[in-house]
Design a protein around this ligand. Structure first.
Ligand code: G3P
Length: 217
């Protein structure tokens, strides 16, 4: 399973790239607004930090507008992935961009039928939002399960990019279900390494090691 980080904060991306565990980055208009930075500038900077796929979302809602914006965004770097909303215009743009050889990420997916349409439109990634479904008392992970079954039934190559991840448990369940990618906020991504017994065990080993008076290097 690939790990993407869901942020537009350069410092977080740099730190996570340095771990060697990061496969890509996703952004959205809200994350760009939160960064307070120029959209194209920040995407260019992220693309320089990582070779992985970097999702940049269009702001237009009509087909022509999306295609115009996508044409600008793909100029930024080879690893830019065009993020499009799950609407008929978005799917039409997805199909056209796929035919032109560009990578796409169809976002704001909340149903299995929407995911089916995105796969038929040739999306590179589909982004089902787990947390936002949980927020309205619908099981977000169930959506990931349904999409996995549907894509496997027909051999669709569209990758399931589980988004709106809120907890480490979401990450674990996505891995069990077989999501291809999870995009995770930086703090949640860092928290995956934590276990109190790891900390306690390490503390004990270090204390015992100190008693030996030895050094390794
Ligand atoms: O990038 C899309 C998605 O990950 C947003 O998550 O927490 O705003 O629902 P959230």
């Amino acid at each position: 399973m690939k790990f993407f980080v869901d942020t537009a904060e350069i410092k977080d991306i740099e730190e996570l790239v340095a771990t060697g565990l990061l496969d890509g980055v996703t952004t959205n208009p809200s994350l760009i607004a939160k960064s307070g930075r120029d959209f194209k500038e920040v995407i260019a900077e992220i693309c320089k930090i990582t070779d992985g796929d970097v999702s940049a979302e269009v702001a237009a809602t009509d087909y022509d507008g999306m295609m115009k914006e996508a044409a600008e965004l793909v100029k930024i770097a080879d690893n830019v992935v065009i993020k499009l909303p799950l609407t008929l215009d978005g799917l039409k743009a997805c199909k056209s961009l796929t035919e032109k050889g560009h990578k796409t990420n169809v976002t704001l997916c909340f149903s299995a039928n929407q995911a089916l349409l995105a796969a038929k439109a040739g999306a590179t990634y589909i982004s089902p939002f787990i947390g936002r479904l949980d927020d309205i008392n619908i099981d977000g992970l169930e959506l990931i399960r349904e999409i996995r079954v549907i894509y496997d039934n027909y051999g669709f190559e569209t990758e399931i990019l589980a988004a709106s991840i809120r907890t480490p448990n979401h990450v674990k369940e996505c891995a069990i279900i077989g999501a291809d990618v999870v995009t995770v906020p930086p703090a949640t991504l860092r928290s995956l390494v934590k276990h109190p017994l790891t900390d306690k065990g390490l503390e004990a080993f270090l204390a015992d090691w100190a008693k030996t008076g030895q050094t390794i290097a």
